[in-house]
Design a protein around this ligand. Structure first.
Ligand code: ADP
Ligand code: UDP
Length: 239
């Protein structure tokens, strides 16, 4: 499958057309941004890790009955995916308090919730991805009520699968962001990526951060953290 015209270059990936109108190729970059693009940098080898991790996790989710855009890994950084029209919602699931949740509600990080939470933000860089609820999403016609129900159901199912898998790897899945899209027939599938850029992953014993917070917060050891989390995934992915 050949890359044709580039349709989009985002902060972390490029998206290309292929000769099949229903398929795209995504190409993962080492570029890293935080705080809505205010902080910029590169994380050597991140593109390879994020591509391979996303694909391993999406294969696992497909097996668990959650439909995804994943088709085939083409190279270290490139993957063939089903083209979708992205639902402009960032879907965030949390198992423990961290990041903007801790800040917004004035609580410490690391509080374990009795049940996972879900929140949406409007995927709109110009507005800084503002938080919204499902009524706002409906009012703005970002998705239908049925689509929102499906997205919520899939997002919690993703959490169940990934929380259990990361636990086998000695890792706590603190929180993560998902994006969903519509295939040409309207079917909702999981799209975009699931990686240390989009998840908070803490070592179970030490609570060491093995994700993009090392970059966001200038904690150092960014490349090593990405390599470590990938190593743990690979050690358990065959099971
Ligand atoms: P951003 O747009 O936030 O800078 P990226 O650099 O990751 O993010 O760019 C990838 C873009 O491709 C994102 O906007 C994402 O919503 C979109 N995308 C992900 N999967 C698909 C898909 N299967 N079909 C179409 N677009 C997709
Ligand atoms: N996240 C993401 N993209 C975003 C915002 C958040 O992938 O644009 C992920 C982030 O990596 C974390 C989760 O969503 O795993 C929750 O992020 P939070 O709302 O706490 O925001 P942050 O503190 O990252 O600004």
């Amino acid at each position: 499958m050949q890359k044709l015209e580039q349709v989009y270059e985002g902060k972390a990936k490029k998206v290309f057309k292929t000769d099949d109108p229903e398929l795209y190729i995504v190409d993962y970059k080492d570029d890293a941004t935080a705080f809505n693009g205010l902080k910029k940098g590169t994380i050597a080898g991140k593109g390879v890790i994020n591509n391979q991790m996303t694909n391993a996790l999406m294969r696992r989710l497909e097996k668990a009955g959650i439909p995804t855009h994943f088709v085939k890994e083409l190279s270290e950084r490139e993957t063939l995916v089903k083209k979708v029209s992205i639902v402009p919602l960032e879907v965030i699931i949390r198992n423990l308090s961290a990041g903007s949740f801790a800040k917004r509600y004035g609580v410490e990080e690391g509080i374990v919730f009795d049940a996972p939470t879900i929140e949406f933000s409007y995927k709109n860089d110009e507005l800084g991805d503002p938080l919204l609820n499902s009524y706002h999403a409906l009012a703005l016609k970002l998705a239908t009520a049925e689509e929102i129900d499906t997205i919520k159901k899939y997002a919690f199912a993703v959490n169940d699968v990934l929380k259990a898998f990361w636990s086998e790897c000695g890792v706590i899945l603190v929180d993560f962001k998902l994006e969903f899209g519509r295939l040409s027939d309207g079917t909702i599938v999981l799209a975009d990526e699931i990686s240390p850029d989009t998840c908070r992953l803490w070592d179970e014993k030490t609570h060491e951060k093995l994700d993009k917070d090392r970059f966001r917060r200038d904690l150092g050891g960014v490349e090593d953290a990405y390599a470590e989390i990938m190593k743990r995934l690979l050690a358990h992915d065959a099971d």
